[in-house]
Design a protein around this ligand. Sequence first.
Ligand SMILES: [Cu+2]
Length: 190
Amino acid sequence: MKSLIFRTYAEGDAPGPSVLLPAFCPDQYQGPRILALLGLKGKKIVAGAILGALLMASAAEAAPSVLAAWSRPAAQGTTGVGFLTLLNSGAKPDALLSVETPGARQVQIHQSSVIGGMASMQMVPSVPVPPGGRIIFAPGGYHLMFLDLTKGQKVGDTLPATLVFASGRRVKARFVVGLTPPKATSVSMP
Ligand SMILES: [Cu+2]
């Protein structure tokens, strides 16, 4: 079953920020195919418990928050994808720099686009989140790549992660594995 899921490129071969990557990416919808491969049927999605980062010090500067984090089913050792919405309710600009998770050997931030009629994706070093801004990671745009998943992700599972921002803030989130974006109630609070 693994043979149908292609790696985008070899590990350790990650290109620089401006290098275009091959078009295939879990960003492209393949939920039904993977479900069929795994012999899974739609399972009731269990709302993940939300881990919140502790609010530290003064409340003057609100930490960025993560809304509706979700991922798609994927087999162990393959590449998973993560979508979410970032909110910056603070007064200063911030930027997502990296994502840490025990669920994958490496996490990259990618941006999909269509150039000359061809879909491609690009690794980006950071994603700015302006004050009062809302940045949406969604199919066809920004997304996270979970390279070399340490275990299989099936519908209803959750993938814990920590988002690291330029401000030094570390925001915890749980990516709920599903076929479609979660309801707006799946919110990770800082
Ligand atoms: Cu990608």
